[in-house]
Write a protein that binds this ligand. Structure first.
Ligand SMILES: NC(=O)c1ccc[n+]([C@@H]2O[C@H](COP(=O)([O-])OP(=O)(O)OC[C@H]3O[C@@H](n4cnc5c(N)ncnc54)[C@H](O)[C@@H]3O)[C@@H](O)[C@H]2O)c1
Length: 332
């Protein structure tokens, strides 16, 4: 059986998971890893029995890869993607595709002109709740959209781990991309407001509320907050509501279906994104990487669409402009 020879660049929270999942997957081979912090690469390489490369160029040039998984911070997605495309490798890019629409388009052009394929890792398409709602929309069961509402909240430890990273890109892009995928119409205008008090010292927003108009006349609302107290226990707390002219659909994730009540805490651990049980990482992330590997090997289309990934970044840029000016912003 043909296996996909994969390298991972950026071995932080998500990259270390990618490396482990590829290593545990029967039709993938984790061939090499790389990180700006060479010790991280050495550690993971010795754990998984693969090669540690000093940088991404060395990895693409020398490791004999078929595909590169890009898990660096957003501002390095472009340079890694351009080098991988130039090297003829298929690419998995963590969300957001890039921090600006201009960089995202450069990635798209490089991928198209070099004849490789790229998938942006928008994990909600592999979450059984969001994915089933998307399929109901595609089957026409909800009808013409009237309004959509997405919410995502996090404890404040999350931005403290990532000073200066915007809530829009770290957690919000999941919902903006899903809003665009569900809506299947072009966004035409965005209006956003923010509060930054608790996270002001690290240059991050506390909360943002954004309305987005679409060419089909429907409205979308995205509400994000990462200022919850750290003892709020609800690590992943999200909601989606889709109202069409025929019907409605809801995703409501308050707890994860598992409560662990200990002597001094109540925890709702992740049971779906990347939980570990039976000695392996399971869940949506594994399903996403499995899909990337099998679609790359078989040449079949990727489930996530690069156009939606780029549109989500474009809407977020309009939200930044709206926050700066205090006015709604037209989206070209
Ligand atoms: N799909 C998801 O649910 C999800 C979850 C978390 C993060 N992400 C995305 O993954 C990316 C990384 O996020 P994270 O939380 O893992 O970040 P992180 O800060 O935990 O890790 C980033 C890693 O990249 C390394 N690095 C930095 N610059 C580099 C460079 N130029 N070349 C090579 N290595 C470099 C750092 O040393 C670090 O090990 C971001 O784009 C983020 O949005 C996606």
């Amino acid at each position: 059986m043909k296996t996909l020879r994969v390298g991972v660049v950026g071995l932080g929270l998500i990259g270390a998971l990618h490396a482990r999942i590829f290593n545990e997957m029967p039709d993938a081979e984790l061939v090499a890893v790389s990180d700006a912090d060479g010790r991280k690469a050495e550690e993971l390489a010795s754990k998984f029995g693969c090669r540690a490369c000093a940088d991404v160029k060395k990895m693409c040039d020398e490791a004999g890869l078929d595909a590169l998984s890009i898990c660096t911070p957003d501002q390095f997605h472009l340079e890694n993607a351009l080098y991988a495309a130039k090297s003829g490798l298929d690419i998995l890019i963590e969300k957001p595709i890039a921090p600006t629409e201009a960089e995202a388009r450069q990635i798209q052009e490089a991928v198209e002109s070099s004849g490789v394929r790229a998938m942006v890792a928008h994990i909600l398409h592999f979450d059984p709740r969001y994915a089933q709602l998307e399929e109901a929309i595609e089957r026409g069961e909800i009808g013409e959209p009237i309004h959509m509402y997405f919410r995502r909240t996090n404890p404040r430890a999350n931005p403290r781990r990532l000073p200066g990273v915007s809530i829009f890109f770290y957690i919000g892009v999941h919902d903006f991309e899903m809003l665009c995928a569900y809506m299947r119409s072009k966004p035409s205008r965005a209006y956003a407001q923010q509060v930054s008090r608790i996270n002001a010292d690290i240059g991050c927003e506390d909360t943002v509320i954004c309305t987005v108009n679409f060419e089909n006349g429907a409205l979308g609302l995205v509400e994000l907050c990462w200022a919850l107290p750290d003892n709020s226990a609800l690590g992943i707390n999200t909601y989606a509501e889709v109202v069409g002219d025929k019907a409605a659909g809801y995703v409501n994730i308050m707890d994860q279906g598992l409560s662990l009540i200990t002597a001094d805490s109540v925890l709702y651990p992740d049971t779906l994104h990347w939980p570990e049980y039976n000695g392996r990482i399971q869940g949506d992330l594994k399903e996403e990487l499995r899909h990337f590997v099998s679609a790359t090997l078989s040449g079949t289309p990727y489930l996530t669409k690069m156009d939606n990934a780029i549109t989500a970044v474009k809407v977020i840029e309009a939200c930044f402009e709206s926050i700066r000016t205090g006015l709604p912003v037209d989206i070209e």
